[in-house]
Design a protein around this ligand. Structure first.
Ligand SMILES: *C/C=C(C)/C=C/C=C(C)/C=C/C1=C(C)CCCC1(C)C
Length: 268
């Protein structure tokens, strides 16, 4: 297993500091999103709330991951040797299983789309997100590269399907948005593909490495940590940016009755 390698104290500490950075970034962004809720018009508040929930769920898991990393090694001078207690990778998958569908939900929710369009997108994207993570897990925990590739390939099918829906159907839905919102959404999608692409690459690392090494383990953990900050915290900030822009376009007091597709403005 990748986790069974001896690290230098510096390598061990680098990973611990990366986890610590993630927790701080999630906490700060969580507070920002809660604070921003009052600054955006009502229809966009659920998107900010879902984004805050993602950070709370992921922050909790990072606390567990941090503790698991500490327990997995015994520090002796300049070396960190495996303690015999395995580093628990399952926390990541449980985290993704909950947060990836929610990330999809916040992306769609911030657009204030008509109910039929929104439901159609969510019915496709949310189950695909959950399926992608569920199919990846058996591949992650195996030490057999053949088995890893089979589950990895199966998991890639819903992954590609999601990208396809996000580019085609969501692209079409964006035509009803203002030019500024369209640009912001395009940036959000680029961030999504750029960061989500990191996870399957990290998943494949053990297939390409001839043997488990400290560099590989440290690279994977720091890579996941940075991808998580970008895919959840920075993503949440961009979502807030879209909600603020849409609020500027519609007015803070505006409300959209999404069920009827009507738009009402009051000066509340
Ligand atoms: C905050 C966490 C996020 C955005 C996690 C995203 C994870 C993925 C996009 C994972 C995808 C995978 C594949 C496409 C194939 C191999 C198995 C996975 C689960 C690593």
């Amino acid at each position: 297993m990748l986790e069974d390698v001896t690290l230098t104290f510096g390598q061990y500490d680098l990973v611990l500091n990366a986890f610590s950075l993630v927790i701080a970034a999630f906490l700060g962004t969580f507070i920002y999103l809660i604070g921003m809720r009052e600054q955006v018009a009502k229809p966009f508040r659920p998107a900010l709330l879902v984004s805050a929930i993602v950070l709370a769920i992921a922050g909790y898991h990072y606390l567990r991951i941090y503790g698991s990393w500490e327990a997995a090694f015994v520090i002796d001078g300049d070396t960190a040797t495996p303690s015999g207690e395995p580093f628990n990778n399952a926390y990541r998958y449980v985290d993704w299983f909950l947060t990836v569908p929610l990330l999809v939900l916040e992306t769609i929710a911030v657009l204030g789309l008509a109910k039929a369009t929104k439901s159609s997108l969510l019915r496709k994207l949310v189950p695909a997100a959950a399926l992608m993570i569920a199919l990846g897990y058996p591949g992650e925990i195996t030490s057999d590269n053949g088995v890893r590739m089979i589950w990895g390939t199966l998991s890639t099918i819903p992954f590609l399907y999601m990208l396809y829906v996000l580019w085609t159907e969501l692209g079409a839905a964006l035509q009803t948005q203002s030019a500024v919102v369209r640009t912001k959404m395009r940036n959000l999608r680029l961030l999504l593909i750029g960061t989500w692409g990191v996870y399957p690459i990290a998943f494949l690392l053990p297939v390409f490495a001839s043997e488990a090494s400290a560099g590989l383990l440290v690279g994977r953990e720091v890579g996941y940590a940075l991808a998580d900050v970008l895919a959840k915290a920075l993503f949440g900030i961009l979502i807030a940016g879209i909600a603020i822009q849409k609020t500027e376009e519609l007015g803070l007091g505006s409300d959209i009755d999404l069920t009827e597709g009507r738009r009402e403005t009051s000066n509340a």
